[in-house]
Design a protein around this ligand. Sequence first.
Ligand SMILES: *Cc1c(COP(=O)(O)O)cnc(C)c1O
Length: 488
Amino acid sequence: MPNPASQDPTRPSRLELNAPSPLEMPPGAMRETGQRALEMLVQRLSHLRERRPWGAATRAELHARLHEPPPAGPADFGHLLEVLATDVLPHAGSVDHPRFMAFVGSAPTWPGILGELLACGYNVFQGTWLESAGPSTIELTVLDWFRTWVGYPAGAEGILLSGGSAANLTAMVVARQARFGAHDPRAVIYHCTETHSSAVRAARILGFADEQLRALPVDDDFRMRPVELDAAMAADAAAGRVPFLVVANGGATSTGAVDPLPALAEVCRTREAWLHVDAAYGGFALLTERGRVALRGIEAADSVTLDPHKWLYQPFEAGCLLVREGRRLADAFHIMPDYLQDTAVAAGELPEVNFADRGLQLSRGFRALKIWLSVKSFGAEAFRLAIDRTLDLAAHAEARIRARPELFELLSPAALGVVCFQRCFPAREEALNAALVRGLAESGTGMISSTRVRGRYALRLCILSHRTTAADVDAVLDWLGSADPAGS
Ligand SMILES: *Cc1c(COP(=O)(O)O)cnc(C)c1O
Protein backbone atom coordinates (compact mmCIF):
# COMPACT_ATOMS: atom_id res chain seq x y z
CA MET A 1 0.00 0.00 0.00
CA PRO A 2 1.43 3.41 -0.89
CA ASN A 3 2.21 5.76 1.98
CA PRO A 4 -0.87 8.06 2.23
CA ALA A 5 1.33 10.99 3.30
CA SER A 6 3.27 10.87 0.08
CA GLN A 7 -0.01 11.23 -1.83
CA ASP A 8 -1.04 14.35 0.05
CA PRO A 9 -0.18 17.26 -2.31
CA THR A 10 0.03 19.69 0.64
CA ARG A 11 2.89 17.68 2.20
CA PRO A 12 6.41 17.85 0.83
CA SER A 13 7.88 14.46 -0.04
CA ARG A 14 11.27 15.46 1.33
CA LEU A 15 12.73 18.12 3.61
CA GLU A 16 14.58 21.17 2.36
CA LEU A 17 18.14 20.99 3.71
CA ASN A 18 17.72 24.12 5.84
CA ALA A 19 14.08 23.62 6.75
CA PRO A 20 13.09 23.33 10.43
CA SER A 21 12.73 19.85 11.90
CA PRO A 22 9.29 18.27 11.40
CA LEU A 23 9.67 16.85 14.93
CA GLU A 24 10.12 20.15 16.76
CA MET A 25 7.37 21.97 18.66
CA PRO A 26 7.23 25.73 19.42
CA PRO A 27 7.44 26.74 23.10
CA GLY A 28 3.72 27.60 23.32
CA ALA A 29 2.73 24.15 22.09
CA MET A 30 5.24 22.48 24.40
CA ARG A 31 3.82 24.37 27.36
CA GLU A 32 0.22 23.66 26.44
CA THR A 33 0.68 19.93 25.84
CA GLY A 34 2.99 19.64 28.85
CA GLN A 35 0.50 21.34 31.16
CA ARG A 36 -2.28 19.02 29.98
CA ALA A 37 -0.15 15.96 30.64
CA LEU A 38 0.91 17.30 34.03
CA GLU A 39 -2.69 18.15 34.93
CA MET A 40 -3.69 14.58 34.06
CA LEU A 41 -1.13 13.31 36.57
CA VAL A 42 -2.16 15.74 39.30
CA GLN A 43 -5.82 14.77 38.79
CA ARG A 44 -4.98 11.10 38.97
CA LEU A 45 -2.88 11.33 42.11
CA SER A 46 -5.20 13.69 43.96
CA HIS A 47 -8.16 11.36 43.30
CA LEU A 48 -6.32 8.06 43.64
CA ARG A 49 -8.51 6.83 46.50
CA GLU A 50 -11.68 7.26 44.47
CA ARG A 51 -10.27 5.10 41.69
CA ARG A 52 -10.26 1.34 41.51
CA PRO A 53 -6.91 -0.23 42.33
CA TRP A 54 -7.21 -2.56 39.38
CA GLY A 55 -8.71 -2.60 35.92
CA ALA A 56 -8.40 -5.11 33.12
CA ALA A 57 -9.74 -6.12 29.76
CA THR A 58 -9.10 -9.02 27.43
CA ARG A 59 -6.48 -8.91 24.71
CA ALA A 60 -9.26 -9.21 22.13
CA GLU A 61 -11.15 -6.19 23.48
CA LEU A 62 -8.08 -4.01 23.68
CA HIS A 63 -6.79 -5.17 20.33
CA ALA A 64 -10.06 -4.15 18.75
CA ARG A 65 -9.85 -0.70 20.32
CA LEU A 66 -6.19 0.09 19.98
CA HIS A 67 -4.43 -1.96 17.37
CA GLU A 68 -3.66 -0.09 14.14
CA PRO A 69 -0.93 0.32 11.53
CA PRO A 70 1.73 3.02 12.01
CA PRO A 71 0.03 6.43 11.59
CA ALA A 72 1.32 8.33 8.57
CA GLY A 73 -0.06 11.72 9.53
CA PRO A 74 -0.35 13.71 12.74
CA ALA A 75 -3.10 13.52 15.38
CA ASP A 76 -4.34 16.04 17.91
CA PHE A 77 -2.40 15.69 21.17
CA GLY A 78 -5.48 16.31 23.32
CA HIS A 79 -7.27 13.51 21.51
CA LEU A 80 -4.35 11.18 22.14
CA LEU A 81 -4.44 11.97 25.85
CA GLU A 82 -8.14 11.14 25.83
CA VAL A 83 -7.47 7.78 24.19
CA LEU A 84 -4.89 7.07 26.87
CA ALA A 85 -7.26 8.16 29.63
CA THR A 86 -10.21 6.10 28.40
CA ASP A 87 -8.88 3.08 26.52
CA VAL A 88 -5.39 2.42 27.85
CA LEU A 89 -4.53 3.55 31.35
CA PRO A 90 -7.72 2.40 33.15
CA HIS A 91 -6.89 -1.15 32.06
CA ALA A 92 -3.99 -1.60 34.42
CA GLY A 93 -3.27 -2.13 38.07
CA SER A 94 -2.59 1.04 40.05
CA VAL A 95 0.37 -0.30 41.96
CA ASP A 96 0.60 3.02 43.83
CA HIS A 97 -2.99 2.79 45.14
CA PRO A 98 -3.38 2.73 48.94
CA ARG A 99 -5.41 -0.50 48.64
CA PHE A 100 -2.92 -2.21 46.32
CA MET A 101 -1.43 -4.94 48.52
CA ALA A 102 -0.69 -7.49 45.78
CA PHE A 103 2.76 -8.64 44.54
CA VAL A 104 5.14 -5.77 45.45
CA GLY A 105 3.65 -2.32 44.99
CA SER A 106 5.40 0.87 43.98
CA ALA A 107 4.08 4.22 45.19
CA PRO A 108 6.31 7.01 43.89
CA THR A 109 6.29 10.46 45.45
CA TRP A 110 5.59 13.59 43.40
CA PRO A 111 9.19 14.88 43.56
CA GLY A 112 10.31 11.42 42.40
CA ILE A 113 7.91 11.60 39.45
CA LEU A 114 9.20 15.07 38.58
CA GLY A 115 12.74 13.74 38.89
CA GLU A 116 11.95 11.08 36.30
CA LEU A 117 10.44 13.77 34.05
CA LEU A 118 13.48 16.04 34.38
CA ALA A 119 15.93 13.18 33.82
CA CYS A 120 13.97 12.36 30.69
CA GLY A 121 13.74 15.96 29.47
CA TYR A 122 17.44 16.65 29.98
CA ASN A 123 18.11 13.23 28.48
CA VAL A 124 21.39 12.90 30.32
CA PHE A 125 23.67 10.21 28.94
CA GLN A 126 25.02 8.68 32.10
CA GLY A 127 27.41 6.10 30.78
CA THR A 128 30.58 8.19 31.01
CA TRP A 129 32.00 10.96 33.19
CA LEU A 130 32.78 13.01 30.08
CA GLU A 131 29.09 13.28 29.29
CA SER A 132 27.65 13.42 32.82
CA ALA A 133 30.03 14.73 35.46
CA GLY A 134 27.32 16.41 37.54
CA PRO A 135 24.71 13.64 37.24
CA SER A 136 27.37 11.00 37.94
CA THR A 137 28.24 12.84 41.14
CA ILE A 138 24.58 12.68 42.16
CA GLU A 139 24.51 8.94 41.44
CA LEU A 140 27.68 8.47 43.52
CA THR A 141 26.07 10.49 46.32
CA VAL A 142 22.85 8.46 46.29
CA LEU A 143 24.84 5.22 46.18
CA ASP A 144 26.78 6.44 49.20
CA TRP A 145 23.53 7.03 51.10
CA PHE A 146 22.56 3.44 50.35
CA ARG A 147 26.05 2.27 51.37
CA THR A 148 25.65 3.82 54.81
CA TRP A 149 22.12 2.39 55.21
CA VAL A 150 23.44 -1.10 54.44
CA GLY A 151 26.37 -0.55 56.79
CA TYR A 152 29.09 -1.12 54.21
CA PRO A 153 32.58 0.32 54.74
CA ALA A 154 34.18 3.00 52.57
CA GLY A 155 35.34 1.35 49.36
CA ALA A 156 31.97 -0.21 48.69
CA GLU A 157 30.59 0.93 45.35
CA GLY A 158 27.48 0.39 43.34
CA ILE A 159 25.38 1.16 40.33
CA LEU A 160 21.74 2.00 39.70
CA LEU A 161 20.04 -0.47 37.38
CA SER A 162 16.61 -1.17 35.93
CA GLY A 163 15.56 -3.29 38.91
CA GLY A 164 16.27 -6.24 41.15
CA SER A 165 16.47 -8.70 38.26
CA ALA A 166 19.26 -6.68 36.63
CA ALA A 167 20.97 -6.26 40.01
CA ASN A 168 20.94 -10.01 40.71
CA LEU A 169 22.31 -10.70 37.23
CA THR A 170 25.03 -8.08 37.64
CA ALA A 171 25.99 -9.48 41.05
CA MET A 172 26.36 -12.95 39.57
CA VAL A 173 28.68 -11.62 36.85
CA VAL A 174 30.82 -9.83 39.45
CA ALA A 175 30.99 -12.89 41.71
CA ARG A 176 31.91 -15.21 38.86
CA GLN A 177 34.57 -12.85 37.54
CA ALA A 178 36.06 -12.43 41.02
CA ARG A 179 36.38 -16.18 41.46
CA PHE A 180 37.08 -17.59 38.01
CA GLY A 181 37.71 -14.73 35.62
CA ALA A 182 35.71 -16.76 33.11
CA HIS A 183 32.99 -19.34 32.94
CA ASP A 184 33.72 -22.55 34.81
CA PRO A 185 31.63 -25.69 34.50
CA ARG A 186 32.67 -26.73 38.03
CA ALA A 187 31.06 -23.64 39.60
CA VAL A 188 28.06 -24.20 41.90
CA ILE A 189 25.49 -21.62 43.05
CA TYR A 190 23.40 -22.12 46.22
CA HIS A 191 20.04 -20.58 46.91
CA CYS A 192 16.86 -21.79 48.58
CA THR A 193 13.33 -22.73 47.60
CA GLU A 194 12.17 -19.19 48.53
CA THR A 195 14.66 -17.42 46.24
CA HIS A 196 13.23 -15.01 43.67
CA SER A 197 13.01 -16.43 40.17
CA SER A 198 15.24 -13.65 38.83
CA ALA A 199 18.30 -15.28 40.45
CA VAL A 200 17.65 -18.57 38.70
CA ARG A 201 16.98 -16.72 35.44
CA ALA A 202 20.25 -14.78 35.86
CA ALA A 203 22.13 -18.06 36.24
CA ARG A 204 20.47 -19.34 33.08
CA ILE A 205 21.38 -16.19 31.15
CA LEU A 206 25.00 -16.53 32.30
CA GLY A 207 25.21 -20.08 30.99
CA PHE A 208 25.02 -22.02 34.24
CA ALA A 209 23.36 -25.40 33.77
CA ASP A 210 20.57 -26.54 36.08
CA GLU A 211 23.04 -29.03 37.62
CA GLN A 212 25.13 -26.08 38.80
CA LEU A 213 22.29 -24.72 40.97
CA ARG A 214 21.26 -26.01 44.40
CA ALA A 215 17.80 -25.00 45.64
CA LEU A 216 18.12 -25.84 49.34
CA PRO A 217 15.06 -26.54 51.49
CA VAL A 218 14.15 -23.97 54.16
CA ASP A 219 13.40 -24.20 57.90
CA ASP A 220 10.04 -23.63 59.58
CA ASP A 221 10.49 -19.88 59.19
CA PHE A 222 11.22 -20.14 55.45
CA ARG A 223 14.94 -19.46 55.96
CA MET A 224 17.98 -21.14 54.48
CA ARG A 225 19.70 -23.51 56.94
CA PRO A 226 23.41 -22.71 57.35
CA VAL A 227 24.25 -26.27 58.41
CA GLU A 228 22.63 -27.74 55.31
CA LEU A 229 24.30 -25.13 53.15
CA ASP A 230 27.68 -26.04 54.58
CA ALA A 231 27.01 -29.75 54.06
CA ALA A 232 25.96 -29.19 50.45
CA MET A 233 29.08 -27.14 49.80
CA ALA A 234 31.29 -29.79 51.38
CA ALA A 235 29.71 -32.51 49.26
CA ASP A 236 30.19 -30.50 46.07
CA ALA A 237 33.80 -29.65 46.94
CA ALA A 238 34.51 -33.32 47.69
CA ALA A 239 33.16 -34.18 44.24
CA GLY A 240 35.58 -31.73 42.57
CA ARG A 241 33.08 -28.93 42.06
CA VAL A 242 33.64 -25.33 43.19
CA PRO A 243 31.03 -23.79 45.51
CA PHE A 244 31.40 -20.10 44.74
CA LEU A 245 28.16 -18.18 45.27
CA VAL A 246 25.30 -18.13 47.77
CA VAL A 247 22.20 -16.07 46.98
CA ALA A 248 20.42 -15.29 50.25
CA ASN A 249 17.16 -13.49 50.94
CA GLY A 250 16.91 -10.10 52.62
CA GLY A 251 13.13 -10.33 52.42
CA ALA A 252 11.81 -13.30 50.45
CA THR A 253 9.09 -12.26 48.05
CA SER A 254 6.53 -14.86 49.18
CA THR A 255 6.79 -14.52 52.97
CA GLY A 256 9.19 -11.66 53.74
CA ALA A 257 11.62 -14.12 55.37
CA VAL A 258 15.20 -13.01 55.95
CA ASP A 259 17.84 -15.73 55.85
CA PRO A 260 20.20 -16.02 58.86
CA LEU A 261 22.73 -13.67 57.32
CA PRO A 262 25.48 -13.73 60.00
CA ALA A 263 25.61 -17.55 59.96
CA LEU A 264 25.51 -17.68 56.15
CA ALA A 265 28.32 -15.13 56.01
CA GLU A 266 30.37 -17.36 58.31
CA VAL A 267 29.81 -20.39 56.07
CA CYS A 268 30.76 -18.33 53.01
CA ARG A 269 33.92 -17.06 54.70
CA THR A 270 35.17 -20.55 55.53
CA ARG A 271 34.20 -21.93 52.13
CA GLU A 272 35.53 -18.87 50.28
CA ALA A 273 32.25 -18.30 48.54
CA TRP A 274 30.63 -15.00 47.58
CA LEU A 275 27.55 -14.07 49.60
CA HIS A 276 24.95 -12.09 47.67
CA VAL A 277 21.90 -10.82 49.55
CA ASP A 278 18.82 -10.17 47.45
CA ALA A 279 17.12 -7.43 49.45
CA ALA A 280 15.30 -6.07 46.40
CA TYR A 281 12.05 -5.36 48.12
CA GLY A 282 13.07 -5.68 51.79
CA GLY A 283 16.28 -3.68 51.85
CA PHE A 284 14.95 -0.21 52.54
CA ALA A 285 13.49 -1.44 55.82
CA LEU A 286 17.08 -0.68 56.89
CA LEU A 287 15.96 2.90 57.44
CA THR A 288 13.96 1.69 60.44
CA GLU A 289 15.07 0.22 63.76
CA ARG A 290 13.01 -2.96 63.24
CA GLY A 291 14.33 -3.35 59.73
CA ARG A 292 17.93 -3.12 60.91
CA VAL A 293 17.24 -5.85 63.45
CA ALA A 294 15.55 -8.06 60.83
CA LEU A 295 18.36 -7.58 58.32
CA ARG A 296 21.20 -7.90 60.83
CA GLY A 297 24.33 -9.20 59.13
CA ILE A 298 23.55 -7.77 55.68
CA GLU A 299 26.76 -5.72 55.93
CA ALA A 300 28.76 -8.97 55.88
CA ALA A 301 27.50 -9.79 52.36
CA ASP A 302 29.81 -9.33 49.38
CA SER A 303 26.99 -7.72 47.41
CA VAL A 304 23.43 -6.53 47.98
CA THR A 305 20.47 -5.96 45.65
CA LEU A 306 18.10 -3.09 46.49
CA ASP A 307 15.04 -1.88 44.60
CA PRO A 308 14.37 1.83 45.19
CA HIS A 309 11.26 1.42 43.01
CA LYS A 310 9.71 -0.76 45.71
CA TRP A 311 10.09 0.37 49.35
CA LEU A 312 11.88 3.66 48.67
CA TYR A 313 8.90 5.00 46.73
CA GLN A 314 10.59 5.72 43.39
CA PRO A 315 8.95 5.44 39.98
CA PHE A 316 9.99 2.52 37.78
CA GLU A 317 12.73 1.80 36.91
CA ALA A 318 15.16 2.00 39.79
CA GLY A 319 17.17 -0.95 41.05
CA CYS A 320 20.58 -1.00 42.66
CA LEU A 321 23.55 -3.28 43.22
CA LEU A 322 26.07 -2.52 45.95
CA VAL A 323 29.39 -4.40 46.12
CA ARG A 324 31.46 -4.37 49.31
CA GLU A 325 34.80 -4.39 47.47
CA GLY A 326 33.77 -1.76 44.98
CA ARG A 327 36.62 -2.32 42.52
CA ARG A 328 35.14 -5.76 41.72
CA LEU A 329 32.47 -4.04 39.61
CA ALA A 330 34.98 -2.54 37.17
CA ASP A 331 37.05 -5.76 37.29
CA ALA A 332 34.03 -7.50 35.81
CA PHE A 333 32.80 -4.90 33.35
CA HIS A 334 35.53 -2.47 32.28
CA ILE A 335 36.40 -2.61 28.57
CA MET A 336 37.77 0.43 26.68
CA PRO A 337 37.15 0.37 22.92
CA ASP A 338 38.82 2.86 20.54
CA TYR A 339 35.63 4.76 19.89
CA LEU A 340 35.36 5.61 23.60
CA GLN A 341 38.99 6.60 24.06
CA ASP A 342 37.95 10.21 24.73
CA THR A 343 36.13 9.06 27.85
CA ALA A 344 39.13 7.86 29.88
CA VAL A 345 38.68 9.08 33.46
CA ALA A 346 41.02 10.87 35.85
CA ALA A 347 42.33 8.71 38.71
CA GLY A 348 43.37 10.15 42.08
CA GLU A 349 41.93 10.18 45.55
CA LEU A 350 38.42 10.72 44.21
CA PRO A 351 38.65 8.98 40.83
CA GLU A 352 36.09 9.88 38.21
CA VAL A 353 33.64 7.13 37.33
CA ASN A 354 32.36 5.87 34.01
CA PHE A 355 29.22 4.05 35.07
CA ALA A 356 29.42 2.06 31.84
CA ASP A 357 32.38 0.29 33.52
CA ARG A 358 30.11 -1.07 36.25
CA GLY A 359 27.43 -2.92 34.33
CA LEU A 360 25.80 -3.90 31.06
CA GLN A 361 24.50 -0.53 29.89
CA LEU A 362 26.49 2.09 27.99
CA SER A 363 23.59 4.41 27.20
CA ARG A 364 21.84 4.80 30.51
CA GLY A 365 19.54 7.38 32.02
CA PHE A 366 19.94 9.57 35.10
CA ARG A 367 18.10 7.26 37.51
CA ALA A 368 19.67 8.92 40.55
CA LEU A 369 17.87 12.20 39.89
CA LYS A 370 14.45 11.02 41.09
CA ILE A 371 15.95 9.40 44.18
CA TRP A 372 18.00 12.49 45.04
CA LEU A 373 15.11 14.90 44.39
CA SER A 374 12.59 12.98 46.47
CA VAL A 375 14.85 12.10 49.40
CA LYS A 376 16.17 15.68 49.52
CA SER A 377 12.66 17.14 49.21
CA PHE A 378 11.20 15.26 52.17
CA GLY A 379 14.34 14.27 54.10
CA ALA A 380 15.28 10.71 54.98
CA GLU A 381 13.29 10.94 58.23
CA ALA A 382 10.00 11.21 56.32
CA PHE A 383 10.89 8.04 54.41
CA ARG A 384 11.78 6.30 57.67
CA LEU A 385 8.41 7.27 59.16
CA ALA A 386 6.52 6.05 56.10
CA ILE A 387 8.37 2.72 55.97
CA ASP A 388 8.03 2.24 59.71
CA ARG A 389 4.27 2.70 59.52
CA THR A 390 3.97 -0.02 56.88
CA LEU A 391 5.65 -2.36 59.38
CA ASP A 392 3.02 -1.34 61.95
CA LEU A 393 0.26 -1.99 59.42
CA ALA A 394 1.56 -5.49 58.60
CA ALA A 395 1.62 -6.22 62.35
CA HIS A 396 -1.92 -4.83 62.59
CA ALA A 397 -3.05 -7.15 59.78
CA GLU A 398 -1.43 -10.13 61.51
CA ALA A 399 -3.13 -9.24 64.81
CA ARG A 400 -6.54 -9.01 63.13
CA ILE A 401 -6.01 -12.37 61.41
CA ARG A 402 -4.93 -14.02 64.68
CA ALA A 403 -7.91 -12.53 66.52
CA ARG A 404 -10.38 -14.47 64.34
CA PRO A 405 -9.13 -18.09 64.31
CA GLU A 406 -12.58 -19.33 63.28
CA LEU A 407 -12.41 -17.11 60.19
CA PHE A 408 -8.73 -16.92 59.22
CA GLU A 409 -5.66 -19.11 59.51
CA LEU A 410 -2.30 -17.37 59.66
CA LEU A 411 0.21 -19.12 57.36
CA SER A 412 3.22 -16.83 57.83
CA PRO A 413 3.48 -13.95 60.31
CA ALA A 414 4.21 -10.34 59.39
CA ALA A 415 7.74 -10.09 58.04
CA LEU A 416 9.01 -6.95 56.27
CA GLY A 417 5.51 -5.92 55.24
CA VAL A 418 4.25 -9.33 54.11
CA VAL A 419 1.58 -11.49 55.80
CA CYS A 420 0.21 -14.79 54.44
CA PHE A 421 -3.03 -16.41 55.54
CA GLN A 422 -6.14 -18.22 54.43
CA ARG A 423 -9.81 -17.78 54.96
CA CYS A 424 -11.09 -20.97 56.64
CA PHE A 425 -13.57 -22.98 54.59
CA PRO A 426 -14.87 -26.45 55.43
CA ALA A 427 -13.96 -27.69 51.94
CA ARG A 428 -12.40 -26.54 48.66
CA GLU A 429 -10.07 -24.13 50.51
CA GLU A 430 -7.85 -23.46 47.51
CA ALA A 431 -10.61 -22.77 44.99
CA LEU A 432 -12.56 -20.56 47.39
CA ASN A 433 -9.52 -18.57 48.51
CA ALA A 434 -8.52 -18.08 44.87
CA ALA A 435 -12.05 -16.82 44.22
CA LEU A 436 -11.54 -14.29 47.02
CA VAL A 437 -8.39 -12.92 45.35
CA ARG A 438 -10.26 -12.44 42.07
CA GLY A 439 -13.40 -11.17 43.73
CA LEU A 440 -11.59 -8.53 45.78
CA ALA A 441 -9.98 -7.04 42.68
CA GLU A 442 -13.25 -7.14 40.76
CA SER A 443 -15.10 -5.50 43.65
CA GLY A 444 -12.87 -2.43 43.43
CA THR A 445 -12.27 -2.62 47.19
CA GLY A 446 -8.61 -3.54 46.95
CA MET A 447 -6.12 -5.90 45.43
CA ILE A 448 -4.06 -8.71 46.94
CA SER A 449 -2.25 -11.64 45.35
CA SER A 450 -1.58 -15.22 46.33
CA THR A 451 1.35 -17.52 46.84
CA ARG A 452 2.06 -20.94 48.33
CA VAL A 453 3.23 -21.45 51.88
CA ARG A 454 4.44 -25.01 52.61
CA GLY A 455 2.57 -26.04 49.50
CA ARG A 456 -0.74 -24.53 50.62
CA TYR A 457 -2.53 -21.79 48.73
CA ALA A 458 -2.07 -18.52 50.62
CA LEU A 459 -3.62 -15.08 50.48
CA ARG A 460 -0.69 -12.67 50.56
CA LEU A 461 -0.85 -9.09 51.79
CA CYS A 462 2.17 -6.94 50.93
CA ILE A 463 1.80 -3.59 52.68
CA LEU A 464 4.52 -1.20 51.56
CA SER A 465 2.71 1.93 50.42
CA HIS A 466 3.18 5.21 52.27
CA ARG A 467 -0.48 5.91 51.44
CA THR A 468 -1.93 2.82 53.09
CA THR A 469 -3.65 3.34 56.46
CA ALA A 470 -5.16 0.97 59.04
CA ALA A 471 -8.58 1.78 57.54
CA ASP A 472 -7.37 0.42 54.18
CA VAL A 473 -6.05 -2.78 55.75
CA ASP A 474 -9.31 -3.17 57.69
CA ALA A 475 -11.44 -2.63 54.58
CA VAL A 476 -9.53 -5.34 52.69
CA LEU A 477 -9.64 -7.81 55.60
CA ASP A 478 -13.34 -7.08 56.20
CA TRP A 479 -14.08 -7.84 52.57
CA LEU A 480 -12.00 -11.03 52.61
CA GLY A 481 -13.69 -12.15 55.83
CA SER A 482 -17.26 -11.52 54.74
CA ALA A 483 -17.43 -12.12 50.99
CA ASP A 484 -19.18 -15.25 49.76
CA PRO A 485 -16.79 -16.69 47.19
CA ALA A 486 -19.09 -19.62 46.44
CA GLY A 487 -21.24 -16.94 44.80
CA SER A 488 -24.58 -17.97 46.34
C1 LIG B 1 11.02 -7.73 43.06
C2 LIG B 1 12.12 -8.65 43.40
C3 LIG B 1 13.09 -8.99 42.46
C4 LIG B 1 13.00 -8.53 41.02
O1 LIG B 1 13.16 -7.16 40.95
P1 LIG B 1 12.64 -6.33 39.66
O2 LIG B 1 12.87 -4.93 40.10
O3 LIG B 1 11.19 -6.66 39.50
O4 LIG B 1 13.46 -6.73 38.50
C5 LIG B 1 14.14 -9.79 42.85
N1 LIG B 1 14.22 -10.24 44.12
C6 LIG B 1 13.30 -9.95 45.06
C7 LIG B 1 13.45 -10.49 46.44
C8 LIG B 1 12.21 -9.14 44.73
O5 LIG B 1 11.29 -8.85 45.66
